[in-house]
Design a protein around this ligand. Structure first.
Ligand code: HEC
Length: 210
């Protein structure tokens, strides 16, 4: 074969591989939240203990309890669809705990696994993490509790523990769960109605039922 044919062949092969890769990325977009940044880890007095890089979903497959963590992650993402008997308002946990609970100012779960049981003022007693999760099922999802030893509850616990894996007990990442509230804003039901009408999604099977 002459040299120019070989070069043309190699170029075609490269274009083919490149094209297939591009097509794969197009048809299989990465739905994971953006890559996290290392966060300061502080003890109870606010002393810097080190840094924590929230783990990426790519790492789940290598865990000894990979299936449990993956189940928890899916349930937090698709709560209304996968647990219709427990969700009364069509929401997912990720509707309020965004980006899979891994980012500051988005109601993250990075400090959650290592900080329960803890005292909560509303019930006036110490509660464990299953009670806290069920609190969100009851109040935030207008739904029903999950049985404590169900695979679904255990999966959610496993996911939250994995997010804070390696952080010392009782320590916290410095990132806040939510931003400050602008108290100068005056509630306005007319504007609220307009914004709701603009952004509300059409009712799904789950929301229609609720
Ligand atoms: C309508 C919004 C909303 C939904 C939906 C929601 N939550 Fe929450 N959740 C909150 C708010 C607000 C807090 C309190 C945040 C705080 O105290 O800083 C919270 C707190 C929590 C906490 C305590 C975190 C901590 O570190 O102490 C956990 C755990 C939790 N939610 C789990 C869930 C799970 C699991 C679901 C889905 C079954 C869910 N939430 C659905 C709004 C929501």
């Amino acid at each position: 074969m002459n040299k120019s044919w070989m070069i043309a062949g190699a170029a075609l092969l490269l274009a083919g591989v490149g094209g297939a890769w591009g097509w794969h990325a197009y048809t299989h977009p990465d739905l994971d939240a953006p890559a996290p940044v290392p966060m300061d880890v502080l003890d109870k007095e606010g002393k810097l203990l080190g840094h924590h890089l929230p783990p990426s979903a790519d790492e789940i497959a290598g865990l000894p309890n990979a299936e449990q963590v993956m189940l928890g992650r899916r349930l937090l993402n698709e709560t209304a669809r996968l647990l219709p008997d427990n969700v009364g308002n069509g929401l997912n946990c990720n509707s309020c705990h965004m980006a899979n609970g891994r980012e500051p100012l988005r109601n993250h779960y990075l400090n959650t696994g290592g900080n329960y049981p803890r005292y909560m003022p509303r019930p006036g007693k110490e509660i464990d993490l299953t009670e806290r999760i069920n609190g969100c099922f009851m109040r935030s999802m207008n739904g029903k509790k999950l049985p404590v030893d169900s695979p679904e509850m255990q999966g959610m616990l496993a996911y939250m523990h994995w997010l804070g894996d390696g952080m010392p007990k009782g320590s916290k990442v410095a990132g806040r769960t939510e931003g400050p509230i602008d108290t100068s804003l005056v509630p306005d039901p007319v504007r609220g109605e307009q914004i709701y009408a603009r952004s509300a999604r059409p009712a799904t099977a789950t929301t229609a039922k609720a």
